[in-house]
Design a protein. Sequence first.
Length: 482
Amino acid sequence: MADIKFYSRPAVPLEMHKVKIVQKLTLLPSEERLKRMENAGFNTFLLHNGDIFMDMLTDSGVNAMSDNMQSAMLRADDAYAGSETFYRMNDKLTELFGIKHLLPAHQGRACEHIIAQHFVKPGNCVIMNYHFTTSKAHVTRLGGHVEELVKDEGLVTKSTLPFKGNIDLDKVRACIAKEGADNIAYMRLEAGTNLIGGQPISYENMKAATDIAREHGILTVLDASLLQDNLYFIKLREESMKDKSIREITRMIADLFDIIYFSARKFGFGRGGGILVREEAMFHELEDYITMFEGFLTYGGMSVKEMEAMIVGFEETMDMDIISQGPIFIDHCVRALDSLGVPMVTPGGGLGAHINAREFVSHIPSEEYPAGSLVAALYLCGGIRGMERGTLSEERNPDGSEHIASVEMVRLAFPRRVFTLSQTEYVIDRVKWLYDHRHLIGGLRFVHEPKTLRFFTGKLEPVSDWPRKLIDAYIADFGEEC
Ligand code: F0G
């Protein structure tokens, strides 16, 4: 977003795009929302899109495409093998990242599946700054374990630190000494660290961490799914990088890694994924997994139309006007709620605004899923769908006890260019109302609990009749139609 000054009004985030196609939204009456939430087992993943007024579940595959992305779809070259679209995609990624070999895959977790399947043996360790749900599940499924070595300060929810996704270099050295380099399958750094609030890693930290890995012969892997936000923050917050272009920063980061993978549902604003492999021999070792699990090597399960769109999306990621939209709206939302006394994860990161649920509903015990309860309450009180990112998103310990998440958050994702500033103001208003009525929110318990990734499809029920009381208070303030 351009730095445009205002004359007579307080400055607000100013969009550097205009809207050309819209989708009508419906706000169901409160009573109806209660019924839909009950049907969804108090799990926002199980709501239907038509139940929802503002869908802030994720930015995955739901960012608004540009006119150039849409028009590029028309020239998609459909072929089972040898699609020209694939070669254009490969060329664009090679131009941006300086890595020649691309393995296409249908989405980010497919890339994680293949990387883990090939490199993780039972008992192996994978070093991460922080885990992502699917990236950890693939490692543990194969008998490996994840060491999350983010700096302690990254888990402090209220902070002013610019790079809370940074990995702790002393912990990295200690972990290598303890595990032995041979037992470490790879080091995975996640740009725009998702589960701690979309917080970035600095270039300096990525360089230092990958230098240590290289010293010990450990493979370095970048999860670039949220790279676009991270690039924006490096340019803005890292003093030594402020005169570099986004293109230069992208290349400097890429040069640090042996493998770069991404969910193109985020990076590139399309729907797909890919793995870039530096070494030709390693690329050939991984090829078979694509043909076995994804599709032929020139589409990997993706639609060629989406591939054409994302080629444009990759290039648009180099434009500060484009990549700043999300972080600037998020910052606006986080600052407003913070100033109203709502416990937020600060500073605002990429991806979304994150509410510190542990503090918001401090009366709900971790075993009754504070963030899960809060996210359900927010749907009831406003039709806003967020995502639980806390204990409910964890898997139980082997003895069946809850694995209490180190951070308990509700994420309000900002799909890029989808919501306007007035809609953002509505969200701020409803979150503040809920905060002032937080004593009415109660806990949840499972009635159907899947073993793996339970947050996606599990069903829950309230531990008391708190949803009824909450809706009654809401109707008293806003009326039945809101
Ligand atoms: N890595 C990161 C950092 C992610 O945020 C995601 C997805 C993935 C990998 C997996 O990619 O969905 O294409 O299979 N994050 C989504 C989210 C689901 O809502 O944050 P995928």
